[in-house]
Design a protein around this ligand. Sequence first.
Ligand code: AR6
Length: 170
Amino acid sequence: MNPKIKIIEGDITALEVDAIVNAANPSLMGGGGVDWAIHNAAGPELKEACRPLRGCHTGDAKITAGFQLKAKYVIHTVGPVWNNGTQAEEVLLASAYRRSLEVAVEKGVQSIAFPSISTGAYRFPFDLATRIALNTMETFLKENESISQIIFVAFGQKDYEQMQRVARNL
Ligand code: AR6
């Protein structure tokens, strides 16, 4: 794995990085899971900043300030809902990671943290999602010099061990 990619266990809202990525829904107006945690930690201004963005398509990403977070920016992306692999979910998940990184580079972000997009409420199989995430990060880093660190955040010990196992077997 590229040494710029690091897998850690923790709460993404606590990280001191230039940008954290939110696994949002197409409304961008908040929800459960990591979306809730990020809005809760950033404060109500985050929702007001999202409102004029008028939502986000699956596989795309948009950026706001981080408000009360330590992170300067929140990049809001929308992963696909898993539907047995019949709706181009793999392509759309890769796109969510790639578009988030593209938006980050446009703003001069050097350090960025991702949650495991789509693997909670959206039910994407965890190992497959982890492989797609890590492969997309690797490919992006080969083409872009400006990102110095990508942190992939596991929520809990079990997810951490599973991510490490997938990373070893890429
Ligand atoms: N830090 C890091 N990872 C977290 C945290 C946290 N604080 N909290 C949860 N996770 P989910 P999705 C992990 O459901 O599947 C929302 O309602 C979690 O363990 O948050 O993309 C949105 O509004 C899981 O591995 O996002 C959408 O409607 C991962 O984050 C919908 O859920 C993603 O789980 C999006 O579903």
